[in-house]
Unconditional design. Structure first.
Length: 302
């Protein structure tokens, strides 16, 4: 019994010692955590707080893009060509990136790839890049103008897979100061509009881009087939509910009405009837104001 009592007392002392050690360790851990937190708070309080609505600036850890390396990767034989072109497409709208891509030879190699490739996905990426840089006159002259014969081949054969992207490119070309020099390339736009007007629900972007180009052509006084345009415009006035389409149709008709060369009196009655439909049914105030302007102009003509 004495031995058992001694063993019990020894065991109780051992347990109490272990508990005290655990409590000491836990207290030490809490103390370290608290000291780290207080140090962090002290450092945080020394940093200036950003002003209201001012974005917090973070140092970038990204490596600057080496466009010289990317230019070498723009090769038709490169299995990662699509990935490279996709990245260059994302960079191409920015003026500084355009300068770097120009100096490195990226655009030169993209032009070569465009001429070599028959893969639709590759050519579409090239067309998108060309559309992005077509607001830069220097790049248009250096890279796009030499390719216009090949682009015109795709356009004249009405390759549907390329047509929306070519039209996006031509929208920008038709708005340039020297748009007259592209009149040959724009000659088929009335036929494109006429063909796709009746399929607008499936080819909305083609119709919208065609109208934008024609509006630009009226501003730059570039001649085109007016009969096809009038018939397409009249159809859209009667059947289309899209404000963006109707606004371009009405702008186009107003510009044609202002032009001696482009206005054809034979369509006046049909145009007036279509404009009346817009006034009666279209909820867009800008369209209604433009339609009223055209309607009043036609009434004065009578």
């Amino acid at each position: 019994l004495q031995d058992l009592c001694k063993h019990k007392q020894w065991y109780q002392r051992r347990v109490r010692g272990m508990l005290q050690n655990k409590i000491t360790l836990a207290a030490a851990g809490l103390a370290v955590t608290a000291s780290v937190y207080l140090a962090w708070r002290a450092l945080k309080s020394e940093e200036p707080e950003p002003e209201e609505n001012e974005p917090v600036r973070r140092e970038s850890t990204r490596t600057p893009v080496d466009f010289d390396v990317l230019a070498k990767a723009v090769r038709y034989s490169n299995p990662q060509l699509r990935t490279v072109l996709q990245y260059l497409l994302e960079q191409s709208p920015f003026l500084e990136k355009q300068r770097q891509m120009d100096r490195s030879g990226c655009f030169t190699n993209i032009s070569v790839v465009f001429q070599e490739s028959t893969v639709p996905q590759i050519r579409i990426l090239c067309y998108k890049i060309f559309a992005n840089i077509s607001t830069n006159p220097a790049l248009v002259k250096r890279y796009i103008e030499p390719l216009l014969p090949e682009i015109d081949t795709d356009f004249s054969t009405e390759e549907r897979q390329y047509l929306p992207y070519i039209l996006n490119l031509y929208v920008n070309l038709s708005s340039m100061e020297n748009a007259q020099s592209f009149s040959y390339n724009l000659r088929l736009v009335p036929q494109i509009l006429s063909r796709y007007t009746h399929e607008i629900n499936y080819h909305f972007e083609i119709v919208l881009s065609s109208l934008k180009i024609l509006v630009n052509m009226t501003v730059e006084e570039i001649p085109f087939d007016t009969s096809l345009v009038y018939m397409s415009a009249i159809h859209l006035l009667h059947s289309c509910q899209s404000g963006s389409i109707l606004l371009r149709v009405l702008t186009l008709l107003r510009n044609m009405l202002d032009s001696v060369e482009l206005w054809e009196g034979v369509f006046e009655e049909e145009v007036a009837r279509g404009v009346g439909v817009v006034i009666a049914q279209c909820p867009d105030e800008q369209c209604i104001a433009l339609a009223n302007h055209i309607y009043n102009r036609l009434a004065r003509k009578e």
